[in-house]
Structures are given as C-alpha cells and as structure tokens.
Design a protein around this ligand. Structure first.
Ligand SMILES: CC(C)(COP(=O)(O)OP(=O)(O)OC[C@H]1O[C@@H](n2cnc3c(N)ncnc32)[C@H](O)[C@@H]1OP(=O)(O)O)[C@@H](O)C(=O)NCCC(=O)NCCS
Length: 211
C-alpha cells in the first residue's frame, strides 16, 4: 500500500475556481474548527456516530495523525475540500478493501455556505476517477439515508447505480439508520473519466478546464 497517501486532486469548478482535495494538515486547525462549529446543526442528521458509550473527543492533532496513518495503511483516503484556498468540506473514501474486493465507500459533506454549487458531485467524480484509475480499485459505493434528498441528487447527477435499501446499515445521528446504496464499478466507466462525464452534463458544456 506504500505510496497511496498522502495525495491531492485538483479540479476546476465551472465558476472558474480551483477545487483542491488534499490531506488535513496541522496548520488547518483554526479554520477547520471554525468550519465544523459553524456547520454542527447542518451536519448532525447525516454524521456517523458511535454505537459504543461516548468517549472523550479526540484532539485535532490526533485526528490528523489518525487520518495520516489510515491513509498510509491503505484503508482510507481522507480528503478535505478546499475552494480557492478556503476549506469548504470533506470527502473520504473509507473502508477500503483490497484482495478480491478492491473497493471502498465514499462519504462527504460541504459547508452550508457552499451548498448548491455542485461542489460535492464534482469532487465525488474526481474521487471516483482517482479510486479507479489512481488506486486501481474496482468499485466505489455511496450509502445515503433515504431522507437525504440533497445527497441523493449528488449520486443521481453522476448516474451511480441504485443497488437498493440496506436496513439499519450505519449508525448515524445516534441510531442505526437505513441507507440506500449506490455504486459504480470500473466496467461502468469503461475507460472514461467521471469528471468529464459530469462536465458534459453542465450548462454550457463539454470540457471546461483541465482536471
Ligand atoms: C449532500 C451535500 C454534500 C450536497 O453537496 P452540494 O455541493 O451542495 O451538491 P449540489 O450542489 O449538487 O446540490 C445537491 C442538492 O442540494 C440541494 N440544494 C441546492 N442548494 C442548496 C442550498 N443552498 N442549501 C441546501 N441544499 C441545497 C438541492 O436539492 C440540490 O439538488 P439540485 O442541484 O438538483 O437542485 C450537502 O448538501 C451536504 O454537505 N449536506 C450535509 C451533509 C450530508 O448530507 N452529507 C452526505 C451524507 S450521505
């Protein structure tokens, strides 16, 4: 798994701004904590929680170290999303499995102030291209609560396959929640780029800028 992490992905948003997906760094602390605090209520209904008794919250430094270790060991691709140099969200490929599976699950959030601008679908497209062509994975899935209309729109925009309902699949917002499962495999991409496909569906056009 050596060499898979850290890495960064850069894509151009249709507005012209640069979207960079990169590792969380020690010097992000102040900006990160402000962003998280400003979005607590926005994120709570959709955030993973632990079914175990509550434990002390881990420090920012240990979070950065955890992401780094999991990334280097090939289990996680923990990106933050930066737009024009400001943090606006997070996107992970987690539960990465190798061997006969070669797949992982994508999870994401975008700050409320940046919502509705197509950042998540563009980043998810970049993550899928990276997973398939960069990491050599076969499958990426996204699991979404049926109530999460905005996130259902994200996978619909990229044409991910609906693979049905998983009952009580993940512990979210304090309880086991049903999720709809969406997936894409390397065969679905057939050598094409998900970012390019996404751009073709955008108003105005085909290619907008190099990825
Ligand atoms: C789900 C989420 C990541 C979508 O990100 P995004 O970058 O806003 O994605 P899009 O711009 O494609 O918008 C998706 C949908 O959000 C809704 N939306 C649009 N503007 C919005 C706004 N200002 N505020 C809230 N929702 C908005 C619309 O339903 C939109 O679909 P549409 O483009 O067909 O109208 C984001 O809403 C979010 O972070 N939500 C909270 C955390 C979460 O749900 N994470 C996913 C868990 S599976």
């Amino acid at each position: 798994m050596a060499g898979l992490w850290p890495c960064s992905l850069t894509v151009r948003h249709p507005s012209g701004s640069a979207i960079v997906m990169r590792a969380l760094r020690g010097r992000d602390r102040e900006e990160w904590e402000e962003l998280r605090a400003a979005n607590l209520a926005w994120l709570r209904p959709w955030e993973a929680t632990s079914p175990l008794p509550p434990q002390a919250r881990s420090s920012f430094r240990s979070l950065v170290r955890h992401y780094d270790r999991e990334g280097r060991e090939g289990r996680l691709q923990p990106f933050v999303i930066e737009r024009d140099g400001r943090l606006v969200g997070q996107m992970h490929l987690f539960s990465i499995g190798w061997g006969a599976l070669r797949g992982g699950s994508a999870g994401y959030w975008v700050a409320q102030s940046a919502a509705g601008q197509g950042i998540a679908p563009l980043c998810l497209a970049a993550l899928i291209d990276h997973a398939v062509y960069g990491l050599g994975l076969h499958r990426v899935e996204v699991n979404i609560r049926p109530e999460n209309v905005a996130s259902l729109r994200v996978v619909a925009k990229l044409g991910l396959r609906d693979e049905g309902l998983r009952l009580r699949y993940l512990h979210i917002d304090g309880d086991w929640r049903d999720h709809r499962s969406f997936a894409v495999t390397a065969e679905d991409l057939d050598g094409t780029s998900m970012v390019k496909r996404w751009r073709r569906g955008q108003p105005g056009g085909l290619e907008m800028a190099p990825t």
